[in-house]
Design a protein around this ligand. Structure first.
Ligand code: ATP
Length: 353
């Protein structure tokens, strides 16, 4: 498949801050590609380098196979949607959306046709005559998107465009964006620090930390097979349980042993055993793959109950049924789903298995 955007060896420093460190990205044509990372990871800087708004210290940017490292933002033909809506306050929604077309001096009939297409796509036909002050945050967001969408650029770059919306609107807009992406068939490069947003919309996710890509894959690949300890605990809520142990075929930690974890480790090494809260169960059937502990805390959340269990000198969170009732101090056994466990090297923190 051809690549829409390829960033190779991109480094960028601001004074002492190394925002990007030899960053590599390869974004397939037509993908909904999400750049996920915590605040300060370098997501915005990556978008700005790709858009040509920031010059990298080293590295190249290729757009559909052509070296665009030195191209101006306009030559790159990319539309950028920012976190702030940046609408013109004295223009109606229709005028805001049409402004890129007017700037290109297109005939009125064509502007009207484009406006119709985009407003139907975004369900904003009834908003076209309103001014920004007469619209909700979500409506302004859709108008801002509309202004990007009329341009029909090579790709869309979106920088946390849903962060200012309330939860309900954000969930609605996620669905809308996925739908728009399908109907346009264009490449979307979308930046967020919200893993649910990333997981729900992306064909592919690149997880970014401190200016480097930690892992690229589908949402499921990253959730099920995190490449290292950091990705494992960054993605997923509650975060993945990690227990210090010695791995030598079996796993031994403080107060627990798993005789047959199925990892096939050669020799003995210090490791971190990882298991997500939904892959532990307090409904024990098989003693051989279980950890004994004591209930430390119980948190009922309506749709599930989180049970915090002390195992030796460490603790794990276990997702239990909403009706589960456990007493603090109660002795329990948590069975482990051995098909869904992880092992990380204690020193490098990379996944061993
Ligand atoms: P957020 O989610 O908070 O927007 P981000 O992942 O987009 O974060 P960037 O905005 O790319 O992160 O910033 C990466 C690092 O570079 C941060 O440490 C930031 O403070 C720094 N940085 C970014 N732009 C500049 C600038 N113009 N001048 C100085 N430092 C900058």
């Amino acid at each position: 498949m051809t690549s829409a955007i390829v960033a190779t060896g991109i480094s960028k420093s601001f004074g002492d801050v190394e925002a990007l460190k030899a960053l590599e990205l390869d974004i397939p044509e037509g993908a909904f590609f999400v750049l996920l990372g915590p605040s300060g990871a370098g997501k915005t800087t990556t978008l700005r380098v790709i858009a040509g708004l920031e010059t990298p210290d080293t590295g190249t940017v290729h757009l559909t196979g052509i070296d665009a490292t030195k191209a101006t933002p306009a030559e790159r033909d990319l539309a950028m949607v920012f976190q702030s809506y940046a609408l013109y306050p004295k223009q109606t929604a229709a005028e805001n959306i049409a402004s890129p077309l007017r700037a290109r001096k297109l005939p009125k009939s064509e502007i009207d046709a484009q406006l119709k297409r985009v407003s139907e796509l975004l369900h904003i036909e009834e908003l076209l005559n309103r001014y920004p002050t007469q619209m909700s945050g979500g409506q302004m967001q859709r108008v801002a998107l509309g202004r990007a969408l009329v341009r029909d650029p090579r790709a869309f770059l979106m920088d946390e465009p849903l962060t200012n919306l309330d939860l309900k609107l954000r969930v609605e807009m996620r669905t809308e964006l996925t739908r728009i992406h399908r109907s346009l068939g264009r490449t979307f490069l979308y930046v967020t620090n919200d893993q649910v947003e990333a997981m729900s919309m992306a064909d592919q996710v690149a997880v970014l930390r401190e200016g480097t890509v930690q892992q690229v894959g589908s949402a499921t690949e990253i959730y099920d097979h995190p490449a290292n300890r950091w990705v494992a605990t960054f993605v997923g809520s509650p975060r993945m349980n990690l227990l210090k142990c010695t791995a030598n075929g079996r796993l031994e930690g403080d107060g627990w042993t798993l005789p047959n974890p199925g990892f096939g480790i050669q020799g003995e090494r210090p490791a971190l055993f990882g298991v997500r809260s939904e892959d532990l169960s307090l409904d024990v059937r098989e003693e051989s793959a279980s950890l004994a502990g004591k209930v430390y805390a119980v948190e009922p959340l309506g749709d599930r109950t989180l049970v915090d269990v002390e195992i030796g000198d460490q603790r794990v969170i276990i997702k239990a049924a909403p009706t589960a009732s456990f007493k603090i101090g109660e002795e329990v056994r948590a069975s482990v789903d051995l098909d869904r466990v992880h092992l990380f090297d204690a020193d490098t923190e990379s996944a061993i298995a």
